[in-house]
Design a protein. Structure first.
Length: 426
């Protein structure tokens, strides 16, 4: 048996007086004999070999004495053989696991009839280690436990401090055996979490900043048409403007006057504000205008189709728009049509401020509510909202939302509330 070769080869290297290792031939004879049986001492251990077999001679005499005494005390107190073996190489073994199992069996280690115990084997040439378990050792030392013990010894093994690694091994074995006897063998959930290094957040921030910078630079590089130029002509791409016709526009003669506008105070770093300028030679034309009035600009095509429009409200007195709170209430005409498109629900709404209305319908707030709960349906996508309708104007809007938001036969109810009709809290 190859395990015997390791032990017999290390007999002369062992510096302790004591029991001699039996020969390979005797081991085979004992194993083959039908009447052979393990001879146990009174305390349940076979006590045939030292619990530390340093056949690779990696420990000093003092360290061998210390580790052997440590293993003896631990094994006898825990009633479980805790052993260590060092070998120069694996010789004819295919794996260190097979080597460890054979050494444990050959040396007849273990406590009691189930031979409770474990062996830690280190092969110097292959730089490998393995922990072999038997009897109750299989229960006490789970795969997670064995990996934990190995992880605790790793730094010492890497540094060549084998005596310290064996001390750590013994201490871990003591703890894991206690934990198993308490009814909770070491599991992967028991592995202590290492605290996060303080450098990890800094590294993450640096990586995020680098990725963000690279992304922005990539997007910036795609803006190939944006370059500083001396004139607007340089911004026109060649061939993008093709004039196919010519039209002369003539404006009717009107009476006008020139006014001098002089800035008296710089409002911002970028220039002046209209409210911070004084007009000489005239007075503001406010005759006939209400305190707050509306200006609407509309751009239409030749066919009368509206291309763009903008609405403004302006106060005669700067920043005083309280007159909006006194707008008369209006009664709008609202109609809608509900359409189901796949998993989407559409509402096509038409909202009109009649020509006979007493006032402008200001800042109309459009909402969609559940007919059963009265709650607003959210989220929704609207083509327009908070718009203002002058007298006689109509606005058509499109509203879209997930049909799944309507449950138990509920319907979508459209509400439109002008600012005029809202209760003003003073």
């Amino acid at each position: 048996m190859a395990g015997a070769d390791y032990i017999e080869g290390g007999v002369e290297k062992m510096k302790r007086a004591g029991r001699k290792l039996i020969g390979m031939a005797a081991a085979w004879l004992l194993a083959a004999s039908a009447f052979s049986m393990a001879v146990y001492a009174a305390d349940g251990f076979s006590s045939e070999y030292e619990r530390l077999l340093d056949t690779a001679s990696i420990l000093s005499d003092e360290e061998q004495d210390e580790i052997t005494e440590l293993l003896d005390e631990l094994s006898e107190r825990q009633k479980m053989d805790v052993t260590i073996a060092t070998v120069e190489n694996l010789d004819n073994y295919n794996s260190i696991e097979a080597c460890a199992d054979d050494l444990y069996d050959y040396c007849n280690f273990g406590y009691g009839t189930d031979r409770d115990g474990l062996m830690f084997v280190v092969s110097m040439e292959e730089r490998e280690w393995h922990i072999s378990t038997c009897g109750y050792g299989i229960t006490a030392f789970t795969d997670a436990g064995i990996q934990y013990v190995g992880g605790q010894m790793l730094d010492s093994l890497a540094d060549g401090d084998y005596a310290q690694a064996f001390r750590i091994y013994a201490a871990c074995c003591d703890d894991l055996i206690d934990q198993a006897r308490a009814g909770h063998p070491f599991d992967k959930d028991d592995v202590p979490r290492k605290p996060m290094s303080a450098t990890v957040p800094l590294i993450c921030i640096a990586i995020g900043a680098a990725l963000g910078f690279a992304t922005v630079q990539g997007m910036k590089a795609q803006l190939k048409s944006v370059h500083k130029a001396g004139s607007a002509a340089n911004y026109v791409r060649p061939g993008s403007m093709n004039l196919t016709g010519k039209q002369d526009l003539f404006l009717d003669d009107v009476k006008a006057r020139y006014v001098k506008v002089q800035g008296i105070k710089r409002g911002t770093g970028g220039g002046y504000s209209l409210w911070e300028m004084k007009v000489y030679g005239g007075t503001p034309h406010v005759d006939g205008l209400s305190d707050v009035h509306f200006l609407k600009l509309r751009l239409s095509g030749q066919d009368g189709h509206t291309i763009s429009e903008n609405l403004y409200w302006r106060g005669i007195h700067r920043a005083d728009f309280t007159a909006l709170n006194r707008l008369p209430k209006v009664k709008l005409k609202v109609s809608s049509k509900s359409i189901r498109q796949g998993d989407k629900q559409l509402l096509m709404a038409k909202i009109t401020n009649p020509a006979s209305s007493p006032a402008v319908a200001f800042a109309n707030w459009v909402q969609v509510r559940n007919s059963k709960t009265g709650e607003r349906i959210l989220p929704v996508i609207m083509s327009d909202n908070y718009f203002t309708l002058l007298k006689g104007e109509t606005r058509e809007i499109r509203i879209e939302f997930d049909a799944a938001l309507l449950k138990d036969g509920a319907q979508a109810i459209l509400t439109v509330e002008p600012y005029n009709n809202a209760e003003i809290v003073k």
